[in-house]
Design a protein around this ligand. Structure first.
Ligand code: AMP
Ligand code: TRP
Length: 334
């Protein structure tokens, strides 16, 4: 069966973009693929500015709970916390030794995130893509569902796997990125020309998965549109309305054109109310399930422990093979 691996950082509260752009796809892939999903906490400590130890602990639990609440099924898939499986850190070291300084320095995300930090930028941030490559390669991953912005990281994982296999023998499966359908790019409600993102300057443009219905309604009703009142999909001329249409379509599983035809001529007020109601309805079962899980932290901890055990059952043998291939002496032999 096709093996899927994906990860998300426990930084920032999950929002509608994470749900529609990533999680919906993760949940769908469980039907016919062998999926491994990871809360990548080791990645979340690579930016000192965003790293608060107490918050990190909470966010790690919150993100895992959120994944379970949207429908990641711990019976069918593996869900675990990256730092619980030390193989990831260890494999990173092996892969560091086949990674080039030049190729890492060129990674667009490193260039972006390191801007302004000068010489004090951490080696962790520099090495971030190699840790990500270890995540992927340890599980013989075929497909990595990620946003477009991760394309270079997946290509690097592929390159490192290939280079390793070439030098030391076939150990790693070479992965490829798979991107969710284009419609699943959710834009900021206040500035529909930029992606909805945890790094936005204002929370008004972001619908969080755990926002109360009243807040969701308020945010969607004050979404930026334009002064005309026709409802049609046109990302260039009508980015705000188009974004709302796409969100509407994604949460109801209905085609954008059908929704546009149904609401055109009824004014933005009616349209926005309908979008808000649909988003609230889509999030309601997720929020209920979240509340249920959050009331039983022992159960979430248990599920994560089971997930880590199952993750190790795959990653430990892969790591052992990689170490042997490199000529590292197995303990107990001489
Ligand atoms: P981030 O919250 O930036 O760490 O993103 C985690 C995952 O959610 C990535 O795989 C992204 O592709 C996806 N994602 C984040 N923001 C959006 C968005 N506005 N629209 C669609 N997908 C998103
Ligand atoms: N870097 C990814 C992101 O920011 C998160 C991530 C870490 C990841 N390890 C991964 C995604 C492995 C896919 C596979 O979205």
């Amino acid at each position: 069966m096709t093996r899927v691996f994906s990860g998300m950082q426990p930084s920032g509260d999950p929002h509608l973009g994470n749900l529609l752009g990533a999680w919906v796809n993760w949940v769908r892939m469980q039907q016919d693929r062998d999926c491994v999903y990871c809360v990548v906490d080791l990645h979340a400590i690579t930016s000192p500015a965003e790293h608060e130890p107490d918050r990190l602990r909470e966010r790690t639990v919150e993100l895992a709970t959120g994944m379970l609440a949207v429908g990641v099924d711990p019976e069918r898939s593996i869900l675990f916390v990256q730092s619980h499986v030390h193989e990831h850190a260890e494999c990173t070291w092996l892969l560091n030794c086949v990674s080039g300084f030049g190729e890492l320095r060129k990674m667009p995300q490193f260039r972006e995130k390191s801007t302004g930090q000068g010489e004090s930028v951490s080696i962790g941030l520099f090495d971030y893509p190699v840790l990500q490559a270890a995540d992927i390669l340890l599980y013989h991953t075929d497909e990595v569902p990620v946003g477009e912005d991760q394309r270079h990281h997946i290509e690097l994982a592929r390159d490192l796997g290939q280079r390793f296999n070439h030098r030391f023998g076939e150990v790693f499966t070479l992965p490829k990125a798979v991107h969710p359908p284009a419609g699943a790019r959710v834009m900021d409600l206040q500035d529909p020309t930029v992606k909805m993102s945890k790094s936005a300057s204002s929370e008004k443009g972001i619908v969080y998965v755990l926002d109360e219905p009243k807040r969701i309604e308020k945010k969607i009703k004050s979404a930026v549109t334009d002064s005309a009142d026709d409802i049609r999909h046109d990302r260039v001329d009508k980015p705000g309305v188009s974004n709302l249409l796409e969100i509407f379509a994604a949460v109801t599983d209905r085609p954008v054109d059908e929704l546009a035809a149904e609401y055109d001529g009824h004014g933005y007020g009616t349209f926005k109310t309908a979008v808000a109601d649909a988003v609230i309805e889509r999030l309601r079962p997720v929020q209920e399930r979240y509340a249920q899980l959050a009331s039983d932290p022992g159960e979430v901890a248990r599920l994560l422990a089971v997930g880590a055990d199952r993750a190790r059952a795959i990653s430990t043998p892969t790591l052992e093979r990689a170490k042997q291939a490199m000529g590292l002496l197995p303990p107990g032999s001489a």
